[in-house]
Design a binder for this molecule. Structure first.
Ligand code: ZN
Length: 259
């Protein structure tokens, strides 16, 4: 039964991922989310067989069926990532569909996973985090804490204060050179989502992975010390890990290192 829920979550996630690609493109272009999907090159209206997540891209050899223009790898990667993220959320929550609360928690988990993927991709691609995405995240994180009673609202506020406060301080101190204002706002959402101890874990993971990837990119000659790595990508990825496994990581830490 659990395997069925996880597989269905993957398929549902891949389909949502397809929609997230549209959200990313249209949000950047300032266009409405309504209307048919079209090829970004020849603007031909796409048909259902062109829109099967992951598979259409692979079967068409990464090209548009009509104009044969090469398509971005972003499409299948976001679809697969969203499928995998939904499967992991379902696996971790092991939902019981007889309970409304369990169903709502799963839906909110899916929503947060989707939002983190969109922010990750947007920051990686455009070095920008739209306020609208962060605003939606803050609302959902508040709902999660206030309505479902799954976690203390105060803990969320502490998390938001420590993450956003730290980034705000760094922003003011460096006049925006070390960190962007987008990250300061993003800290409000992520802190609310993962709480105080979760925020400390997110900061640790984001800075460690950021440093490792940064050094690797500099050594491979792809970036210089002056080149900017979008920090929001590390923050969102770390937050996804902590959202799902934060409690387990903390437990492991207490058992093994905090004796
Ligand atoms: Zn085309």
């Amino acid at each position: 039964m659990n395997a069925a829920i996880v597989s269905l979550s993957f398929l549902f996630g891949a389909a949502i991922g397809s929609f997230l690609n549209v959200v990313i493109l249209r949000l950047h272009a300032g266009r409405t989310l309504l209307g048919y999907s079209e090829c970004p090159h020849c603007h031909r209206r796409l048909r259902p067989q062109d829109l099967v997540p992951i598979l259409s891209f692979l079967f068409l050899g990464a090209r548009c069926r009509y104009c044969r223009h090469l398509l971005s790898w972003q499409y299948p990667v976001v679809e697969f990532a969203c499928g995998a993220a939904f499967a992991l959320v379902a696996l971790q929550q092991a939902p019981d569909f007889a309970s409304l609360r369990s169903f709502v928690m799963l839906a909110l988990g899916f929503f947060n996973a989707s939002l983190l993927i969109v922010i990750f991709t947007f920051d990686l691609k455009y070095y920008l985090i739209p306020d609208r995405l962060v605003g939606a995240g803050i609302v959902v994180a508040l709902v999660l804490r206030l309505v479902t009673g799954s976690a203390s609202p105060l803990d969320g506020l502490y998390g938001a204060a420590i993450m956003s406060g730290l980034f705000g301080g760094l922003f003011l101190l460096s006049q925006g050179r070390w960190i962007g204002l987008g990250d300061v706002k993003l800290g409000l959402y992520l802190g609310l989502l993962v709480g105080l101890s979760g925020s400390l874990m997110v900061l640790f993971f984001a800075y460690t992975s950021g440093a490792i990837v940064g050094v690797a990119l500099i050594m491979s000659g792809r970036k210089t010390m002056r080149g900017v790595l979008p920090f929001g990508t590390f923050l969102t990825l770390a937050s996804f890990v902590v959202m799902l496994w934060g409690e387990k990581i903390l437990e492991w830490y207490r058992l093994n290192l905090y004796l």
